[in-house]
Design a protein around this ligand. Sequence first.
Ligand code: ADP
Ligand code: MG
Length: 317
Amino acid sequence: MALAEFDLIKQFFTRPAQHKCTRLSVGDDCALLSVPEGYELAITTDTMVENIHFFPDVSPQQLGYKLLAVNLSDLASMGAEPMAITLALTMPRVDSGWLQAFADGLFTLADKYQLDLIGGDTTSGPLTLSIQAMGLVPVNQALKRSAAKAGDLIYVTGSIGNAGLGLKIKQGYAGQDMQQALQRFHCPEPRIKEGLAIRSLAHACIDISDGLAADLGHILSKSGVGATLDYEKIPLPDAVIHYIQQTGDWQMPLVAGDDYELCFTINADNASKLNIACTCIGAIEEQQGLRIMRLGKTSQFNQAGFEHFNLGASVGH
Ligand code: ADP
Ligand code: MG
């Protein structure tokens, strides 16, 4: 769709560059970025496929926002500052109304971080959306999954379970105060500010995309350590507490994904210097495995979060 493709890119995805590192943006075979002295590039890609990662009835605006948010969340978890993105768009047909709304959602979030869309690809096929995000982090300062140490405290930003509840609502659950959960499910807030604030304090960090237990599990295995979580300390929104009281499904906040909060480990001295909204929920230990302390009892937690290839396609992650 050669000519239409160029028109479409010009109309919806070509804007003046905002970031000082963008040397050449949309329009050539490659974009050009400069990396300032003393920094390295943090690069990540996330793809969303219709019926697997989102429902067909989601608004294109929310989709544009969320596609960027999940990518920025990966930058946040490394302590990187967003710089630029590329966008690979596969669509069954060209629909200007859809594209305008999608671009609006995407640029609403991009503009918050003076982030440039510097290139991409546009093809025809089943609706599949991919972003590659690039960020800057001072050399050797990125927060890696492998850096947790026995004795560290475990923290999460914000609250856990809202997006999981949002998915339950989409699947038919009806409770009170559903708006916040749905908002979080559709429009997660990437914790960029928090990632930057903890960069010089924390050891390991990960963003919660597949569920607290699974994502913390990645830190544990990469770092060769274990942990005990104090379930009662996990910051749960009222609507999630209400959901658990109604259903008995206390594991939901541990296994549900899509919250995009940060989970990080930090030594106790540095923890006292934290000045972001976060909660201590447990500690890193030498003994491998994940243990959950709940109602005065500690038990081994084995149930992994969502695993794409083991469980097959399921809307929501
Ligand atoms: P090529 O065939 O050389 O890869 P394309 O014709 O695919 O180039 O794209 C032309 C220009 O438009 C390139 O600079 C490319 O990065 C950009 N581009 C294509 N699709 C998108 C998109 N969805 N969003 C932003 N830029 C895009
Ligand atoms: Mg191309």
